[in-house]
Write a protein that binds this ligand. Structure first.
Ligand code: NOJ
Length: 520
């Protein structure tokens, strides 16, 4: 059974580097997060997901963990983390931290030991080592020639991220691939359970789990091995922490929500459901958009059919869990890159009234710009999504008192840049728009996380899209021509963005979303 608190949770994702710097060193910190909790609440969010804050060489922005048990000094101390959990809880905010179970930094002491010519027994097989320094990885990316140990090792993502050994489901190379119940693979599992218990004891409420599908290798599409590992980890840890919540980076609710995760992300992978809605564009070599077929782009001709073909089968496999539509995250370009203010408001109104728990990425609530910047900490094209939060028009837009050249990333120098302070004052701002939509979601239980979504109107070639949420109707028309929706009963309009009118049918104006409730 899922953590009870997620049924009305609205998450706010914080990239700690860039949120708020309180000690003037140019990089965000935990005290900065604490100082902005009331702001987070004011948006309508009541839960946080904080990107990795562990000790790290930061080759992949902290997803290369050097010590799971330490806070990176640049963010503060363990006392700060415990204070954050406590203050957040006092304000009714739950806190998820990022768990990176699949790999560590190549500087992690486990890996340092494991890579010795003669490693000690405990860590010799904590990672996946092949037979010798010239051995290939059986289809997996591998690194050779870097270690005294006469073997190559498997990596998960970047070169700095050696894969932890949770074993193989299908063993092709018996000399070096181990089954998932081998002593070393079981020891890795136990080590990760310890990490989870440690942070739950400190006061966190659960984890966003990085690359949750990656644990067991040669696992096939069914991911039976990885699911078996997660079933064991989650059931074991939940014995002592029944209200822990887990959200997986997996995008496969048929797997993730049947092995102990409460929530799974619907992710931005090119062409899939999420990108059909807001991110279906092509770029030239210079990064300029040459064509944009995103459903929410006003001039696009896209209908919701491709979205539904990808989304619905996955959504139907959610079991008792939540399949969550993100509105953005630290890995994809901000929607401000391709959608203008109105298109974005419409897209967010839709995404935030859909089933699953909503997730808002810091700065998207004010429509912060995506910026082309040189890569920082393994960000590459993601770097421009990770710039400092824009609070007000003081020095560095209120992010930090450091000199500009000391900042983690430059603040947006554009004179038209969005700030929280300016948007607070403007009733039509993105910020106030999001507040309204989240208030609507809170007011009507039918717009909640667990209420069923069924398709009410979707047709090839038609820009009008309508879904039922319980008994309520959400109709959206991102196009530039008015549309008419036949109704199956008597309704009243409870929310409209754009222009909508109830006659016999519902008239849905251009770039409009309307939410209707039945009249009994
Ligand atoms: C997914 C994370 O969201 C991303 O930022 C990271 O680079 C990779 N996993 C590797 O951990």
């Amino acid at each position: 059974m899922s953590a009870s608190w997620i049924k009305d949770a609205v998450f706010y994702e914080i990239y700690p580097q860039s949120f708020c710097d309180t000690n003037g060193d140019g990089i965000g910190d935990i005290q900065g997060i604490i100082s902005k909790l009331d702001y987070v609440k004011s948006i309508g969010c009541n839960a946080l997901w904080i990107n990795p804050w562990y000790e790290s060489p930061f080759v992949d922005a902290g997803y290369d963990v050097r010590d799971f048990y330490k806070i990176a000094p640049r963010y503060g101390t363990m006392e700060d983390a415990v204070e954050l959990f406590k203050v957040a809880h006092e304000k009714g905010i739950h806190v998820l931290i990022d768990l990176v179970p699949g790999h560590t930094s190549e500087q992690h002491p486990w890996f340092v030991e494991s890579s010795k010519e003669h490693p000690g027994e405990e860590f010799a097989d904590r990672y996946i080592w092949t037979e010798n320094a010239f051995c290939r990885g059986d289809g997996m990316p591998f690194i050779g020639g870097e270690t005294p140990r006469d073997a190559t090792y498997i990596i998960n993502f970047f070169k700095c991220q050696p894969a932890l050994n949770y074993g193989y489901r299908k063993i092709n190379e018996p000399n070096w691939q181990q089954p998932i119940d081998s002593p070393a693979a079981l020891a890795t599992r136990e080590a990760m359970k310890d990490v989870m218990r440690f942070w739950l004891d400190k006061g966190c409420d659960g984890f966003r789990v990085d690359m949750a599908d990656s644990l067991v290798k040669n696992d096939g599409d069914e991911k039976l091995g990885t699911m078996e590992v997660w079933k064991d980890i989650t059931s074991d840890v939940r014995k002592d922490y029944p209200d822990m919540a887990l959200v997986s980076e997996w995008n496969n609710p048929g797997c993730a929500l049947h092995c102990g995760f409460d929530m799974d992300f619907c992710l931005d992978w090119y062409g899939n459901s999420y990108s059909q809605l807001v991110r279906l564009y092509q770029m030239d070599k210079k990064g300029a958009i040459t064509r944009d077929d995103s459903f929410f782009k006003a001039e696009s001709q896209n209908d919701p059919m491709a979205f539904l073909r990808d989304f619905m089968p996955k959504y139907e496999q959610r079991g008792e869990g939540l399949y969550c539509m993100i509105t953005g995250n630290h890995d994809c370009k901000r929607t401000s890159f391709n959608l203008n203010d109105k298109e974005r408001k419409l897209a967010f109104a839709f995404l935030l009234t859909m089933p699953g728990a909503p997730f808002i990425y810091y700065g998207d609530e004010i429509g912060m710009a995506y910026r082309w910047l040189p890569t920082k900490e393994g960000g590459y094209h993601r770097t421009g999504t990770r710039t400092p939060m824009q609070w007000d028009d003081s020095k560095n837009l209120g992010f930090s008192t450091a000199d500009a050249d000391k900042l983690y990333l430059p603040v947006d120098p554009n004179p038209g840049n969005a700030t929280v302070a300016a948007q607070e004052k403007d009733p039509d701002s993105m910020l106030n728009h999001i507040r309204k939509v989240l208030a609507l979601r809170k007011e009507y239980a039918d717009l909640g996380a667990y209420t069923d979504m069924t398709v009410y109107h979707a047709e090839a070639g038609d820009r009008l899209f309508a879904v039922k949420r319980g008994e309520m109707l959400v109709a959206v028309n991102p196009g530039l021509e008015e549309k008419s929706l036949e109704l199956d009963g008597k309704y009243e309009i409870v929310y409209v963005f754009g222009e909508a009118e109830l006659a016999e049918d519902l008239k849905v104006g251009k770039q409009t979303m309307a939410v209707l409730k039945p009249v009994k």
